[in-house]
Design a protein around this ligand. Structure first.
Ligand code: PHB
Length: 393
């Protein structure tokens, strides 16, 4: 009797303990926190919005639990100002104890966070910024966006082969613009091309008009343009207002200027622009068709390449956490991310295990009207392109 009572008492206790556990909120270590730092305001806000949207979409499709951990995203708006990026990263790492920092709409923001990722020993997943050097600034940086030399070298070669002899360049005057310009110039001039005018415009609130007049006067066959995501619409408006399209001056460049989220509003002046880039909303794979349809349904607009950088970045975090079996240790996560390969809406991609940078296809595309809308229609593919900026040291 006594023995049976004791058994009963234990099992009652056990049931009570399980009941109490079920009532308790998830313990802190059961949550995996991602600090997302992107510009949600200011001139680069479209980048932050695309990334935030894409992450929301991914989490809706894949759930918010990975390897037993509940995923929590804490969003901070840095307005693309590196001082604010730094403060946000500090606050996220020290107070919120995030397991990963991610986002980074511009190069100065990605660079500002690099020492903090190193000190905190946590991954910094760069989903937008595109200067070559970024991944070398911390062993904890992994990139899912692109580098400017990946596409600018290819458009340089393309221009030479397609009868473009004289080019005027217009680039945003900061690190990715300089990377784009150097890569283009090297390939274009090596093939016999000539740069007839070179202008650099400020990153913040650029007025392109006076520069465009100078470029028109130089009578080039084409203008090579790099402006960061979000500025292409304004550039193309002023390009048309100054009559460069009517003067037969083509637009070429990396694809940032023809960002899908603005392209359809650019009007016919954009028709015929040829750019090399890593993503087009018209990429004809099933994975992309599904992605574009889901994104449009959710947000009522077309995703651009920044959305894809965010979508792939959160996928990389999910898959790394699965691979570590839920272990959130920063070193283990970085090891898990190295060499990872998957099918992105942009095509097949992987993380180079030596550089932690993205390896991806670069497509040459031309703006055409498809069913009454403007799209970058891909016509040539360069497979598995590594960052050419890294082989040069
Ligand atoms: C960058 O700052 O690295 C950057 C931003 C937007 C782009 C490309 C590069 O479209």
């Amino acid at each position: 009797m006594f023995v049976a009572d004791r058994k009963l008492a234990w099992s009652l206790l056990g049931a009570a303990a399980i009941g109490a556990l079920a009532l308790m909120p998830a313990r802190a270590e059961e949550t995996f926190k991602i600090g997302l730092i992107v510009p949600m305001t200011g001139g680069q806000a479209s980048t932050g919005k695309q990334i935030d949207n894409a992450i929301k979409l991914y989490m809706k499709q894949h759930g918010d639990t990975v390897a037993g951990k509940k995923i929590e995203v804490i969003l901070k708006d840095d307005g693309a100002l590196p001082d604010k990026t730094k403060t946000a990263a500090q606050e996220l790492i020290v107070n919120e104890k995030v397991n990963v920092i991610a986002g980074f709409g511009v190069t100065p923001a990605a660079l500002a966070a690099a020492p903090l990722a190193t000190q905190g020993k946590i991954p910094e997943v760069v989903m937008a910024a595109g200067t070559s050097i970024i991944t070398e600034k911390s062993p904890y940086i992994v990139r899912t966006s692109f580098t400017l030399p990946q596409s600018s070298t290819i458009i340089g070669d393309w221009a030479v082969k397609n009868g473009i002899k004289k080019v005027a360049t217009l680039t945003s005057d900061y690190a990715p613009g300089n990377d784009a310009l150097a890569a283009f110039k090297e390939h274009f001039t090596a093939g016999g091309g000539e740069i007839v005018e070179e202008v650099k415009v400020p990153l913040a609130n650029p007025d392109f008009a006076p520069f465009l007049q100078r470029m028109k006067d130089a009578k080039p066959d084409a203008v090579f343009v790099f402006v960061p995501a979000g500025q292409g619409g304004n550039f193309m408006k002023q390009y048309a207002e100054r009559g460069l399209d009517k003067a037969g001056i083509k637009v070429i460049g990396p694809g940032d200027v023809m960002d899908d989220d603005l392209l359809n509003g650019m009007g016919d002046a954009a028709l015929g622009a040829v750019t090399a880039h890593i993503y087009s909303a018209a990429h004809p794979s099933q994975a992309n068709k599904d992605f574009v349809a889901a994104y449009k349904k959710e947000f009522n607009q077309r995703p651009g390449f920044m959305a894809v950088g965010g979508y792939d970045g959160i996928n990389l975090i999910y898959e790394a956490l699965k691979k570590t079996g839920g272990n959130a240790d920063g070193d283990k996560l970085i090891e898990a991310m190295k060499g990872m390969k998957w099918e992105s809406p942009r095509g097949p991609i992987s993380i180079d295990p030596d550089t932690r940078d993205i390896v991806q296809n670069v497509y040459v595309r031309k703006v055409e009207k498809v069913d009454g809308e403007l799209y970058n229609v891909e016509f040539e593919t360069f497979k598995d392109v590594k960052d050419p900026g890294k082989t040069k040291k």
